[in-house]
Ligand binder design. Sequence first.
Ligand code: URA
Length: 234
Amino acid sequence: MRIDKFLVSQNVGSRKEVQKLVRSKQVEVNGALVTKPDQKIDPDKDKIAVKGEKIEYSQYVYLVMNKPSGYVSATSDRDEPTVIDLVPKELRRKGIFPAGRLDKDTTGLLIITDDGEFVHRMLSPKKHISKKYVAEVDGEVTQDMVDSFEKGITFRDGTECMPATLIPDENNPKKAQVIIREGKFHQVKKMFITQGLRVKKLKRVSIGGFALPENLAVGECRTMLEEEKQQIFL
Ligand code: URA
């Protein structure tokens, strides 16, 4: 792989910027200065440093986003802005996509990556990784509903959901946490519809043991820490 391509892929800078770094003698491979941007390197074996700092090679990118309402969970769309449009240029890579869908009006925790195997592990219904949402609905959440969610909701078309956890908010009868362990299309909204309630606001707050970081503002995204990636599977 060319050193300039490698540095761009690791978000060191744009093609132009990294070529400038090479020409100004700020890039080293195994301790030797690189002189040409097209010098070939092996990302798995060679030690690359920029301005004396080692670049840790990551084959894939993993981003955590606090999704705002109004963006579709897709890589491109003819009419609507997508969550990928919100990814800042320096974090973008070819091939990134949202790991699972949040509806256009749903907010909160969304992971964006180019690692298909990671997404498969995260979303496979067999793995039972929990997804926790906070829902605001247009009526009171009752104990009967808690029991129905626990038993497993069946949609009108006969689709059966796995047992889910509904935790009414202590201070607001029209608000609750919902924990599901699968990801059917519009699942939470459809579960409430079977109970005669409409979801007015929906926010995903955690996936597995990974909670939406509190300091991540709506619309922002950042690279996930290694430990955060692992928390998903706890
Ligand atoms: N369930 C829904 O109904 N919508 C979402 O966006 C996520 C879960």
